[in-house]
Write a protein that binds this ligand. Sequence first.
Ligand SMILES: Nc1nc(=O)c2c([nH]1)NC[C@@H]1CN(c3ccc(C(=O)N[C@@H](CCC(=O)O)C(=O)O)cc3)C=[N+]21
Length: 286
Amino acid sequence: MTARVIDGRAVAARLRERLAAEIASLPFAPKLVVLLVGDDPVSAVYVRNKDKAARAAGFTSETERLSAATTEAALLARIAALNDDPEVDGILVQLPLPRHIRTEAVLDAIDPAKDVDGFHPLNAGLLAIGRPALVPCTPKGVMTLLAEAGVPVAGARAVVIGRSNIVGRPMAALLTLADATVTLAHSRTRDLAAECRRAEILVVAAGRPGLVRGDWVAPGACVIDVGINRLADGRLAGDVAYAEALPHAGWITPVPGGVGPMTIATLLANTLAAARARRGVGAIAA
Ligand SMILES: Nc1nc(=O)c2c([nH]1)NC[C@@H]1CN(c3ccc(C(=O)N[C@@H](CCC(=O)O)C(=O)O)cc3)C=[N+]21
C-alpha cells in the first residue's frame, strides 16, 4: 500500500478562497495585527507569509516590528492599546519572545476575544472543558485536514506526540471532542514506538527531525507531521521519516506543504470568526 498524500497547500488555498468570499460580503474588512519583537529571520518569514495571505483574502493586516530591546512593560502597553482599539479584530504576538520578556504575562494580556492564536488561558481552558472558542491554529488546521481527507476520527485510536500548549495539548483536546480515543505521548513516554504502532491517527509535534520511523506506522494509519525542522543543508524536514512511512501509511502529510499552510489559513479563519463575534455578525464558527 502507498499512502494518499494530503495536500495542505490545496486545502489551505480552498479555505482562504472561502474566507475571501465571506469577507467580500461583509461591510468591513477584519483586521489582524501581528507584533514581532526582535529580528529573528525565521519569524520574519512566517510573518511576511501571514501578511500576504491575509491581504490576498481581503483582511487588513498590519505587522508591527518592535526592537529586540523592547521592554515587557512597553509590549504590554502596546497590547493594551490594541485591546482597546475597536478597529482591531485579531492580535498575534509572534513566539518565541526575547528571553527578558515573560511569555505568560504577554499571552495573559491579550483580550481573549481578539486572541486569534487561542493561547490565552481563558481560551485554552474553554477548549479543555469542551467549549472551544478561539482554538490554536495548528491543531484546528489538522482537524480540517482530517475532515477534508475523509479520515474517520470518531472511535479511532489517536496518538499525539508532544504536549506543548501550542500544538499537542489542544490537538489531544480536539481529537477527544471529535470522539477519538487519545493518547498524549511525549519525551518521557516509555515505549514511544509501541504507542505509535497502535495509532490509527498519529499526530507528531515533537520538534525532532525523523523521530517517527517507518516501522512505527501501523498499516493504513493516518500520519500528520507537524514538525518543521530546518536541516543543516537548508532543507525543511518533518518529525516523520517520510520516505519510510509512505509505504505503511494510509494517509500522510508532507513537509513542507502539509500542516504549515493550514496554520496560516486557520489563523485567518480565526480572525474572521473573532471579527464576526466582536462586531455582532454571527457567532464564532467551528
Ligand atoms: N504566536 C505565534 N503563532 C504562530 O502560529 C506561530 C508563532 N507564534 N511562531 C512561529 C510558529 C511557526 N508557524 C508557522 C506557520 C506556517 C508555516 C508554513 O506555512 N510553513 C510552510 C513552509 C514555509 C517555509 O518554506 O519555510 C510549509 O510547511 O509548507 C510554518 C510555521 C507559526 N507559528
